[in-house]
Write a protein that binds this ligand. Structure first.
Ligand code: FAD
Length: 547
């Protein structure tokens, strides 16, 4: 069944006319991970997401599949071991989307740890995660470090470490897991907000939801309900009257994006700043992005803004470590702000809070999962589904978790070699259409083998005489609408193509064309098109204007 608007009515029909084993609330990486795990083990599964898949934190992270080097400082060995080991697995499952990336960790006088301790820390990091010998950390001399990153201030540099991580696109990873869950029989619906729980006696047995596109109200029944709402977890626990004991502690993290030529780092770098925190600078295509901040957050989870203070903090961090760069606010092309749904611990500051996940069981039977990392989604899902099975379905013969073997991305590329070969082929094909290498590589990163479909459509539109930029965006849009449940303009520009963050000029150039295409494909009224344009412009303003 295709994962597109065409099936929305059928999905709504299906989810309201039968009772399910498991209902998952929240379509971030945690929720879709649970849906895939549960469906693949044989549970009849439904997932409701109030906005778009990955609308919350799962499109606003640092976009790394990483072990969390800094958690070693907090002696979180079990967490580092688990998420560190997951990196290679998630890479194997989606090799075009989770790509190896060497990270440079410079050592500076008076900052971070000394060279011996860092060398030991990086060794421990590799050892805990079982990193292959060829990929293990390498310590660098001062000269080697400065050669690797000539932009860095020479002052106080003592050397550096080079270690293995993976780079991804968080929203696309979420979408690929969602698609795979659907392929395994789960029903997933975006723009479907859960508004109320339904109880039989004191047990939760379903929810009342609202289709936020039509305002229609519907009911879904299930034996077990899981709340995977990230920063909104406590909102749902409150609705269930079970918010007692531990609660969430939200912290805000901001990233800014500048043109690559304004901050041309040679590779990803993780550097210490004066206040003792650490910041990433990560090159991605035509941009470099920088993050993150970590500050307590108590306002509305649906309108998290990047402030002038956040931007200045990140610019100052870069300008102090890379003094020839001297970035200014006008260099910032785009930005995003996300909320970490952490678990509160008395007396701990934002940066000190554990990133561990935890499951809360309410007297009504509602299970809520909070905390955790993008990287650890698979293990979190396994724990939740194990608990669901133990509580409700222990008499059934269900499969054990095998998501480590379920490739994401249908017909996907099997390993990094296949990705490189496909990239080479696409570069050749697209060069013939005068599409540059960066665009071609990006298409493979976003759509994997399915970039062939984008290429075929692009070729057709170019032959029809459509202007190249519009032909390309039309080809991408059609693929995403037909296969990835795009229902709004922001779905496409933010969470499928990543254009709002990484190619905002292209978004501006193609805005009207895309709105027109969506209007005719999705049969929007003029009023709806106006609302979509406003929502898109609002997203652009939030990403580019800082108060
Ligand atoms: P979310 O992605 O927020 O999903 C929750 C979903 O629930 C939302 O889509 C929301 O719309 C939906 N929802 C809420 N209420 C309702 C309702 N009533 N009905 C239906 N749906 C509802 N981790 C890493 O591994 N690597 C990183 O590089 C990394 N960097 C990070 C950087 C920052 C700045 C932040 C904030 C986090 C970072 N993380 C990283 C952590 C990681 O991003 C999060 O742990 C993860 O994305 C949380 O996913 P989630 O599904 O739990 O929450």
């Amino acid at each position: 069944m295709s994962f597109s608007y065409i099936n929305r009515e059928n999905t709504l029909q299906a989810i309201t006319s039968e009772s399910f084993d498991l209902l998952v609330i929240g379509g971030g990486i945690t929720g879709v991970g649970i849906a895939l795990d549960a469906a693949s083990r044989g549970l009849r599964t439904v997932l409701l997401e109030k906005n778009d898949f990955a609308y919350g934190t799962s499109s606003r992270s640092t976009k790394l599949i990483h072990g969390g080097l800094r958690y070693l400082k907090q002696f979180e060995f079990a967490l580092v071991k688990e998420v560190g080991s997951e990196r290679a697995i998630v890479h194997r499952l989606a090799p075009h989307l989770v790509v190896p990336e060497k990270m440079l960790l410079p050592l500076r006088e008076g900052r971070g740890f000394g060279s011996l301790l860092t060398s030991f820390g990086l060794w421990l990091y590799d050892w805990l995660a079982g990193v292959k010998p060829a990929d293990q950390r390498r310590m660098l001399t001062r000269k080697q470090t400065l050669r690797r990153e000539p932009l860095m201030s020479r002052e106080g540099v003592k050397g550096g470490g080079l270690y293995a991580e993976y780079r991804t696109d968080d929203a696309r990873l979420t979408i690929e897991i969602a698609k795979t869950a659907v392929a395994h029989g789960a029903h997933l619906l975006n723009y479907a907000r859960v508004e109320k729980f339904i109880y039989e006696g004191s047990d939760v047995t379903g929810v009342e939801g609202r289709d936020t596109l039509t305002s229609a109200v519907f009911k879904v029944r299930a034996t077990c309900v899981v709340n995977a709402c990230g920063p909104w977890v406590d909102e749902l626990r409150t609705a269930d009257k079970s918010k007692s004991g531990k609660s969430l502690h939200l912290t805000k993290g901001v990233h800014i994006v500048v043109p690559y030529e304004r901050f041309p780092v040679q590779q990803s770098i993780y550097f210490d700043v004066a206040d003792g925190r650490m910041i990433f600078a990560i090159p991605r295509g035509r941009c470099t992005y920088i993050g993150t901040t970590d500050t307590d957050y108590t306002n509305d989870c649906d309108s998290v803004n990047v402030s002038r203070v956040d931007v200045n903090y990140l610019l100052a961090a870069v300008n102090e470590t890379f003094p020839t760069v001297q970035l200014v606010v006008a260099d910032v092309e785009s930005s995003w702000a996300g909320l970490r749904p952490l678990i509160h611990e008395d007396g701990k500051s934002a940066s000190e809070l554990s990133r561990k996940d935890e499951i809360f069981e309410s007297p009504s039977g509602l299970l809520s999962i909070a905390g955790g990392k993008l990287t650890g989604y698979r293990k979190m899902a396994e724990r939740v589904v194990n608990l669901v099975i133990k509580k409700y379905f222990s008499e059934r013969s269900l499969k054990k978790c095998y998501t480590h073997k379920i490739k994401l991305c249908d017909g996907g590329l099997i390993n990094l070699r296949a990705v490189k070969e496909h990239r080479r082929l696409m570069r050749k094909n697209l060069a013939a259409l005068r599409v540059d290498e960066q665009v071609s590589n990006n298409l493979v990163h976003l759509y994997g083998r399915r970039s062939e479909e984008v290429y075929a459509a692009l070729r057709k539109y170019l032959l029809e005489g459509i202007e190249p930029e519009l032909a390309l965006v039309r080809a991408e849009l059609e693929y995403c609408v037909a296969n990835e449940c795009v229902l709004t303009a922001t779905d496409f520009f933010i969470r499928r193509s990543g254009m709002l963050f990484f190619d905002i000029a292209r978004l501006r150039n193609t805005r009207d064309f895309v709105l027109g295409q969506l209007q005719s494909t999705l049969h929007w009224s003029d009023e709806r098109r106006k609302q979509e344009a406003m929502a898109l412009d609002d997203a652009v303003e939030r990403a580019t204007q800082f108060q």
